[in-house]
Design a protein around this ligand. Structure first.
Ligand SMILES: CC(C)(COP(=O)(O)OP(=O)(O)OC[C@H]1O[C@@H](n2cnc3c(N)ncnc32)[C@H](O)[C@@H]1OP(=O)(O)O)[C@@H](O)C(=O)NCCC(=O)NCCS
Length: 146
């Protein structure tokens, strides 16, 4: 089930994050993002287990994908794509989504490329020895604007 994250999900989200994402967030940041009205925090839940999550923060007509993860046992089933496209479809005011990803993260870059994100820049040594790729996705066409 794809649904909005609730405060009661925070501990489970934090576990998924700790096991799959570097750097991870303190639990209070997870809770802040779940409660913040400028965030869109969604989870995939199956039989009471959080199998994945994604969080997008919005400011006016821009959004930033701040974290996404799917547990290893459930990868390559389209869950991340479903999470992100579900969130993006609900971003009525947003025209551009930005993200940063480590150059070595082939799975995430594959996901973002498939979803139409384009590289717009790099940050040198952003992740220790590795650079960050900065990507963006225009949502104009989905909303029929231009
Ligand atoms: C990146 C991540 C969220 C993808 O989740 P997922 O549910 O497996 O992704 P999906 O099944 O929706 O894949 C959608 C597309 O992404 C691409 N993709 C996903 N995993 C990939 C991989 N390992 N290698 C190359 N491309 C990949 C493919 O194009 C895939 O479409 P396809 O299966 O039709 O080929 C998952 O690998 C993950 O949790 N990684 C660890 C956390 C992370 O790195 N998060 C991003 C930075 S915070």
């Amino acid at each position: 089930m794809f649904r909005k994250a609730m405060v009661s999900d925070c501990a489970a989200i934090k576990r998924v994050m700790d096991e799959n994402v570097v750097p991870t967030w303190p639990e209070e940041n997870v809770r802040y993002a779940v409660e913040n009205e400028n965030s869109r925090f969604f989870v995939i839940e199956e039989d009471g287990e959080i199998e994945g999550y994604a969080c997008v923060e919005t400011v006016l007509d821009e959004a930033t994908l701040t974290s996404v993860a799917v547990i290893p046992a459930k990868r390559r089933r389209g869950l991340a794509e479903k999470l992100l496209s579900g969130i993006f479809d609900g971003l009525a005011e947003v025209r551009t989504v930005y993200l940063e990803v480590e150059t070595t993260n082939a799975a995430a870059i594959g996901l973002y490329n498939k979803m139409g994100f384009k590289e717009i820049g790099r940050r040198k040594n952003y992740y220790g020895p590795n650079d960050a790729v900065i990507m963006s996705l225009q949502l104009y066409n989905k909303k029929g604007v231009n």
